[in-house]
Ligand binder design. Structure first.
Ligand SMILES: [Zn+2]
Length: 416
């Protein structure tokens, strides 16, 4: 096995690329209907597009929705499948993403990091014990006033660097490598305008996980349910035997679902019903739920159970007191890997070859990769290295990003 030489110059290239990206404001906006959802995302999209051209990648394109694609051409005569790598360049609207001022901490000593002299904002190793894994590493943090945007600019920087590395090392034999960058992942719209046919990869990996070793190809099956309760409002003084208080009825309904099947009482492969919104008055009330389960059969059963509860409720309180509408949201991508587990195994082996222990786990949520898998592009998720996403405590180690580059180069290597 030929090991990848990643010298100081390459490390600095990776670091500087990442620092450049995080300083470009690119927060997405769930309220907007456009793609990208926010005008500032065009700034980073144009920057990346230009950079890919300058690096000499092939067929660099950016479409009217800001989706960027580019290729490292195959350097072998054998027929290898085209392998893709995907990341998103927007950052989460959950916290300020403007004027990011990254702080670099070389040879981290394991203690607290005072990120901001002025405000006293500190990244505490007691509050965040995950920091202990990074003693001796180079950490990149925020200054406490913004998120960092390692989610997912670490992924973007890693992919661009891996592509640059492959171009600079023709001795590494590989098939055609496709790379793609999307807007709006953080608002759940990263995949929906992704042109899978144009991308032309047989399979791909999103570089959008957290700690080193993460490899995910399972996520929830997901649906949303709205339960509407129809009350009957009458003057309270004349309400005897007449009034149906929708608010009270709604709270009764909420109690009918199993109390131990909520996000706060489940973990691992356990599914749940999650009451996300509860609104109402005497005449009408609305309960919004999300329903989640990794297992397809149990997922179907959950939808059946909540529907039966509505029927039971109506039997007691009168027909049409409650109405339910269930909408499918996304599916567990695992079902798309049947007979294609080699896609996961290739990533696993690529990690082992880079001295990384793979940590395979199921996502308790969805990913763009899950959507892409159902669009015909099987797409597991690999770590990008960052920790504490979506807030001011976010950080990433340069060494973790370097490992992600090595994993990609190993995946790219021709298998024949
Ligand atoms: Zn992300």
């Amino acid at each position: 096995m030929q090991t990848i030489e990643f010298n100081h110059e390459w490390k600095m290239r990776l670091l500087n690329r990442f620092l450049t990206y995080v300083k470009i404001y690119s927060t997405s906006d769930a309220e907007s209907e456009t793609t990208p959802s926010s005008p500032q995302q065009w700034d980073i999209a144009k920057y990346i597009f230009q950079e890919l051209q300058d690096l000499g990648l092939s067929d660099v394109s950016m479409d009217e929705n800001g989706y960027i694609m580019a290729y490292v051409p195959s350097n072998i005569s054998e027929n290898e499948p085209t392998v893709g790598f995907i990341a998103h360049y927007d950052t989460s609207p959950d916290f300020n993403g403007k004027d990011v001022n990254p702080q670099i901490w070389e040879d981290y000593n394991g203690g607290d990091l005072l990120l901001n002299q002025e405000t006293g904002f500190t990244l505490s190793s007691e509050k965040f014990p995950s920091l202990k894994k990074y003693v001796g590493k180079t950490l990149i943090t925020t200054d406490g006033t913004s998120l960092l945007g390692a989610d997912d600019k670490a992924g973007v920087a890693e992919i661009v660097t891996a592509a640059e590395y492959l171009l600079a090392h023709p001795d590494i034999k590989h098939g055609r490598i496709a790379i793609g960058f999307t807007p709006d992942e953080e608002i759940g719209r990263g995949a929906h305008k992704f042109n899978v046919a144009k991308f032309g990869a047989e399979y791909a990996y999103t570089m959008d996980g957290s700690e080193v070793g993460e490899l995910e190809y399972e996520n929830f099956n997901a649906a949303g349910a709205v339960v509407k309760i129809n009350g009957l409002s009458v003057h309270p003084g004349y309400a005897f035997g007449q009034m149906k208080n929708a608010g009270l009825l709604a709270s009764e309904f909420a109690q009918m679902l199993p109390a131990n099947e909520t996000p706060a009482t489940t973990k691992g492969f356990e599914g749940f019903y999650h009451l996300t919104d509860f609104k109402g008055d005497v005449s009408e009330a609305k309960l919004q739920y999300i329903i989640r389960d990794h297992d397809a059969e149990k997922f179907e059963n959950r939808k059946k159970i909540i529907t039966e509860k509505v029927a039971e409720f109506n039997a007691k309180h009168g027909e049409n007191t409650a109405e339910i509408e269930i909408k499918e949201q996304y599916r567990n991508m695992k079902q798309q890997f049947e007979g294609k587990m080699h896609i996961v195994e290739i990533a696993e082996q690529a990690m082992k070859d880079a001295n990384i222990e793979p940590k395979i786990k199921a996502i308790r949520g969805g990913t763009d990769g899950a959507q892409l898998s159902y669009m015909g592009l099987p797409c597991p998720n690999i770590f990008a290295g960052g920790e504490n996403f979506h807030g001011p405590y976010e950080y990433v180690a340069l060494e973790s990003m370097e490992k992600a580059v090595k994993v990609m180069v190993n995946i790219a290597k021709a298998k024949k």
